[in-house]
Design a protein around this ligand. Structure first.
Ligand SMILES: Cc1ncc(C[n+]2csc(CCOP(=O)(O)OP(=O)(O)O)c2C)c(N)n1
Ligand SMILES: [Mg+2]
Length: 334
């Protein structure tokens, strides 16, 4: 979809959200185990960029990259089987949700913070060697902007004039470290320092992201070298599923009990903990939810909204049923 089509963007975002909601449920039921980082809250950024990619473009993502895989068209059943650790999963059950790869779609994930920079720059180097008129996108969190490899890859992409779109999804948190405690200066100025043009955008608003990405992508495709997008957003489920800080904040009884048991440590450290809880609480507000945001824009056609929701809900239910059915068949790879 290279033309702006808000309904199609809504469908993409909703599909990703409902898929990740299903992942959350399966995780809570113990069918998916281990850490699980959701990309809920980043759907507008991902849809705004990924909807404008063409065949042969490449994507590198982080530990939070499920929306990119869904929106790029990877079979969601294969993704779920991968999350189950099943041999029929996308990466034979060896990658989990953090180390996904699809050669067919040229998309790769890594849990190593900052590694999407070199991965996308490498993709772009290969694409320009092959004289393909394609580009690569690096998605990363603001926590990656202090990683040497991210800065080195921005430098090389600039020096070699490579077709890379660097997209920073800034949710203001790197696990429990807030941006103001870890990042000096502005991200746009950092990009400028490497000679890379950049702009900030409200990453909750898919229309704004789409417009900015459209401009950046056309500059890159016209041989303009790398571009940088700084998109602010909210991670609605905290750092990972079961995030202790978020769970406390959503459950006042648990919070009161914890505060009580922490009294013995009263002093600066307790204050710090309570301040963190309050800040995390601010993240759970609906104003940071890109699905709520886009639905407001589309509210005049309630029938169409409802129809799409029913359709996508049915599709995702089917995906979950198929994956569960296949996984019931045992772990044999035949
Ligand atoms: C090189 C490296 N250092 C530390 C970690 C542990 N770690 C996992 S996610 C994360 C925070 C990342 O924050 P950010 O880049 O802002 O992404 P977000 O989780 O907020 O989307 C850290 C420190 C890691 N995976 N890789
Ligand atoms: Mg972050």
């Amino acid at each position: 979809m290279l033309e702006f089509d808000i309904w199609e963007l809504y469908r993409m975002m909703l599909r990703s959200r409902l898929f990740e909601n299903a992942v959350m449920k399966l995780w809570e039921e113990g069918k998916i185990t281990g850490e699980m980082h959701l990309g809920t809250g980043e759907e507008a950024i991902v849809a705004g960029v990924v909807s404008q990619l063409i065949d042969g473009d490449a994507i590198a993502v982080t530990h939070r990259g499920t929306p990119q895989f869904i929106m790029r068209g990877i079979d969601p059943v294969l993704l779920l089987l991968e999350f189950f650790g099943h041999p029929k999963g996308l990466c034979k059950g060896q990658g989990g949700h953090m180390h996904l790869f699809s050669k067919e779609h040229l998309i790769a994930a890594s849990g190593i913070v900052g590694s999407s920079g070199p991965a996308a720059t490498g993709f772009a180097l290969a694409l320009s060697y092959k004289k393909q008129n394609n580009i690569a996108v690096a998605f990363f969190g603001e926590g990656a902007i202090n990683q040497g490899m991210m800065l080195e890859s921005m430098n090389l992409a600039s020096v070699w004039n490579l077709p890379v779109l660097f997209v920073c999804c800034d949710n203001n948190w790197a696990v429990t470290t807030t941006t103001n405690k870890s990042i000096g200066g502005t991200l746009i100025d950092r990009a400028k320092g490497f000679g890379i043009e950049g702009c900030s955008v409200n990453g909750t608003d898919v229309e704004a992201v789409w417009e900015l990405a459209n401009e950046a992508l056309s500059k890159i495709r016209n041989n303009g070298g790398p571009q940088f997008i700084h998109a602010t957003c909210t991670h609605l489920e905290g750092h990972l599923l079961g995030d202790l800080l978020l769970r406390h904040n959503r459950d006042p009884v648990l919070m009161a009990e914890t505060a009580d048991s922490l009294k013995q440590y009263a002093g600066e450290s307790l204050n710090e903990v309570l301040m963190l809880l309050r800040k995390i609480g601010g993240q759970t507000k609906k104003k940071g939810d890109p699905i709520v945001f886009i639905k407001k824009k589309l509210k005049d056609d309630a029938d169409r909204l409802k129809l799409i929701e029913e359709e996508v809900t049915k599709q995702i239910d089917q995906v979950v049923n198929n994956a569960l059915e296949i996984s019931k068949g045992g772990m044999k790879n035949d």
